[in-house]
Ligand binder design. Sequence first.
Ligand code: GDP
Ligand code: ZN
Length: 460
Amino acid sequence: MNYDSSPIAAIATAPGRGGIGVVRISGKDISSVMQAVCGTTHLQARHATYLPFKNADGSVIDQGIAIYFKAPHSYTGEDVLELQGHGGPVVMQMLLARCIEAGQEIALRVAQPGEFTHRAFLNDKLDLAQAEAVADLIEASTEAAAKSASQSLSGVFSNTIHELVGKVVHLRMLVEATLDFPEEEIDFLEKSDARGQLERIRQNLDAVFNEAAQGALLRDGLNIVLAGQPNVGKSSLLNALAGADVAIVTPIAGTTRDKVSETIQMEGVPLNIIDTAGIRDGGDEVERIGIERTWGEVRKADVILHLLDATRGPTRADEEIVERLPANVPVMRVWNKIDLSGHKPAIDRMPDATHVYLSATDRIGMDLLRTELLRVAGWQQTGESRFLARERHLLALKAARTHLEVAAEHASKESQINDQALDLLAEELRLTQEALNSITGEFTSDDLLGVIFSRFCIGK
Ligand code: GDP
Ligand code: ZN
């Protein structure tokens, strides 16, 4: 791998002001920096030492704690020095600049986003799914997502994948052995119940996929679009879903200063809600780009909530709204204000769409909508998921599943399982294993690694 392994440094704490800020350095030969900044090379590993951080001329930048982690017992697996100072942006910048200056000879440079974790991956401190979980834990938008990310980080997801891979490897060995001893081929596969094994792996894989899908939902949430005429109650519905006043509700039509998008949570599942009322036409170039982007998100939505006023029927304006909405996204018609219209709270699955009757302000029928949203999302459990997962993992599991299915086809050719079928079976099992391995990062292309780690925040 063509990777610049020179020592790296970065401010590891969030930008802005805080009680403590941390500059982290990782790499070979960093003792020269330790000497220059901390005035010693004899920091006891994993012990906190209170000392002044000094400039080249001996002036003090800050007083703080230095901790040295000796390779391989560090986050990155390399020698790591952590300098904890006061958490102000200027003092942190000064400390970082001083470290870079002191590290000129060892080519110390500022780290790329995610580079510390990338090194942890390269040094086998974490596998790829765990490394992704680091970013997901930092980015988690709900408590349930954070808990699940933490589970993934500790290896629950990776272990589940490893177990699956182990079973595939076992079956592969059987098939390869059969290929090596052609006289006994049918018998051998029969005795070892190869088909039964295949079937059990498939069931196993489906169960893991299901869990991963829940985990991915916790991470990415459900994308919901609110559409409807002015004053039908879009902002009120957003508030009712959130259980708190997050949007601005106003009784004057067309004057809502709605936020374009908002993320709230429901049973720990993030709901990313876009209010199309906030998308205004016209404006300057920048605004138009923003509007385009928002419409792009609307097209990728999981569900559209088309709000209607239950005291009135659908109008020509409603038809125009429907015409503007993407045809490939499922629509729910939400009839609001039933406290005025006299409708009963209800859910009605019609051929054209699911209709929900509720009142946002009086909070009648809200549970029906919530349950339906979670159902549409495919959410099956309450509380936390066993691990967090990403779309990438789901795609890999799907690919594995497809290869398993083809493998099962080759194996099912009852009595006439010949060399050719066995070869194909072996190959499909190999591809199954490869797809599963891509989740934890064995056999993952450099391109993919680049994409994954570049999305990290700096200093992680
Ligand atoms: P938006 O323009 O679609 O975002 O609509 P708003 O949420 O701003 O609501 C417009 C007006 O309708 C406000 O005065 C709300 O209080 C009122 N409203 C919204 N939902 C209901 C409801 O369920 N029942 C009644 N009676 N009024 C509602
Ligand atoms: Zn509104």
